[in-house]
Structures are given as C-alpha cells and as structure tokens.
Design a protein around this ligand. Structure first.
Ligand code: AKG
Length: 321
C-alpha cells in the first residue's frame, strides 16, 4: 500500500513539475515563457540577491552624483537627460550607457541569472545592443514615460528582441511602475511619427491603452518585455523613488534594419567587426538573418534630441500612461 501511495505521489509531483518547468528552460517556468509569448512580457521576482542589489544601488548613487556634477558644471553630454521641474530645479531622468560608465553595470549586463532568463526567451545565441540606460524617477517628481513600442526605435529582421529591466527600488503603481498593453506585440506597429518626423512616442490617434497590466514587483526583480509590445509608465506621485536599469538583447539572427552602424546614429550596434563580436554575450555569431513577416517602420528622420519623457510633440488626444 505504502509503495503504491509513494509511487502515486511521485507521479503527481512529476506531472506538476513537468507542467511548470520545462527541462529546456534555465530559469523561467513554462508559465513565464508562455506569458511572454502570449502577452509580450513576464516578471521574475527577486532575481538579484540582497548583496547584488546593495552593490547596484551604490553604483547608481555614484553615477548619479557624477552626472549631476557634470551637468551642473554646464558640461554637454548625450549621456544624461535632464529636465526642469515645476520648482525650476533640474531633474535627472535618465543616464544612458551605464555599462560603459561603471563596472557594476557592465557586470550586470553579463550576469548569468539575467542571461539565463534571456536565453529562455530568445534562444542560446544573443548579444546586447547599445540601448542600456538607467531610468530614474525621483520621489514626487519622476516623469512619465510615454506610450511607445521599442520596435519603432530599433526594428530588426525578426522580433527575438527584448528589453530586460532590473528594478532597483520596490516598484508600485504610485511610484510609476512599467505598464504593458498585453498582446500588442502580436499587432501592428503604431505610428510614432509627427509632422513626418519620428516622434519617439505613439501618436496614432486611434490608440487607446486597454487591459493595462501594472508590473509591480520588489527591488531586485527583473521584468522582460518584447520589443513590439506597447508600454509606458506614469509619473512618480509617491514619496518613494523608482530607478530601473534597462538592457536590450537581440538574438544573433535578428539583424538591425538600420544596419550595424555605431551609436552615433543611436539605434544600432557598434561599427567594426571586432566591436560587433564584442557584443556577443552567449552562443555564436550568425550572418544569415532570420527574416520574419512582421510589421516594421523605420525611425527616420530621427529627432536626436527628443525623448520618451518630453512632451515635444503635442497630439491633442494622446493618452498619458
Ligand atoms: O520602465 C519604464 O518606466 C519604461 C521604460 C521605457 O520603456 C524606456 O525607457 O524606453
């Protein structure tokens, strides 16, 4: 009797495990992979250890301090985005290319647990593109990130392209967590143009954000979203900051439609072969692009100084996140 019972329990356990975990996955459950495939995003709670989170916050503070000193000294740079708050004080919204600026962020871009999650979603061979950034939403003043699809900025030959964001603070609706419009990664690319210029945000008048999902999660968690999914985030109305470290990873057979041309024209990879291969994080290079029949548009002409934070392109009925 005991043997039968044990074998029953064992089989039940195995069926449950098989349902939740797929032996090909390194970290993500089958449910998380399915959620990413069907809805365009998933969340891995508490991926970083307490110690890793602590070190990352120290690096964040160092880089913030350096940036603030630099822009207060009047130095011009494409590294940070600053705006003036209602009280006239400058607010640092974003630091671009943190992996070039600080070893801690460089190492995180290569962190095994993060790369395992990425591998579970886009396969064993992938690289980063020069889209790493720290998005900062200081308490009470942090600005909204307006609705957009990353795909509009960096279209590729296939959509094995994703953004992985590490939450450096506990993230809630009130401090402006990431909002996703689920399933939109299977739909069209919405217009991001205004007056025949790439406008960085969705300008399609028919766009209505429906069935929103709010990605609330503790500090140290990782969110992953497909480049085609519509997303944005609201202003920080709380007294808690929200900072996020974002990386973009692409499968090696996904080739940027703007070419591999250097960060000078913003959305593509580095310019020469050695630099290109240095962006490989796992697996092998692939010089035969995989072509998928999916909607694309090119971010041309690109308005280099505009930003997802700024309301430069007023469209009367554009919904705010
Ligand atoms: O997490 C957020 O606030 C959204 C960030 C984002 O989509 C971006 O910076 O492009």
């Amino acid at each position: 009797m005991e043997v039968i019972l044990r074998s029953f329990c064992y089989r039940t356990l195995m069926v449950r495990c098989a349902r939740k975990y797929n032996s090909f996955n390194k970290i993500l459950t089958s449910d998380q992979v399915e959620q990413y495939r069907e809805e365009g995003y998933t969340v891995v709670k508490n991926l970083l250890s307490e110690e890793e989170l602590k070190q990352t916050r120290v690096a964040l503070d160092e880089l913030k301090e350096r940036s603030i000193k630099s822009f207060q000294a009047g130095e011009k740079s494409d590294i940070y985005e600053v705006e003036r708050g209602a009280d006239g004080k400058q607010i640092l919204n974003r630091i671009r290319f943190p992996c070039e600026l600080h070893e801690t962020f460089y190492n995180l871009q290569r962190h095994d647990k993060i790369l395992d999650c990425v591998e579970d979603l886009i396969g064993p061979s992938f690289r980063y593109i020069a889209q790493d950034k720290l998005n900062l939403k200081p308490a009470c003043t942090g600005a909204a990130v307006r609705w957009h699809q990353d795909w509009a900025f960096f279209p590729h030959t296939n959509d094995s392209v994703l953004t992985a964001s590490i939450l450096l603070h506990d993230t809630t609706r009130s401090n402006g967590c990431l909002q996703i419009v689920p399933g939109t990664h299977k739909g069209p690319i919405l217009s991001h143009y205004f007056n025949n210029t790439f406008a960085n945000v969705i300008t399609d008048k028919k766009f209505k954000p429906n069935n929103l999902v709010y990605l609330e999660a503790p500090a140290g968690s990782l969110t992953l979203h497909n480049a085609r999914v519509v997303h944005g985030s609201a202003k920080n109305t709380s007294n808690q900051p929200r900072s996020t470290l974002c990386f973009v990873f692409t499968a090696m057979d996904a080739w940027p439609l703007l070419g591999v041309g250097g960060r000078d024209f913003m959305n593509s990879g580095p310019v020469d072969y050695d630099l290109f291969t240095a962006t490989l994080l796992r697996g092998n290079s692939c010089f035969t692009p995989r072509m998928e029949n999916i909607p694309v548009s090119l971010p041309i002409p690109f308005h280099a100084t505009s930003s997802v934070f700024k309301i430069e392109f007023e469209t009367a009925d554009e919904p705010a996140p």
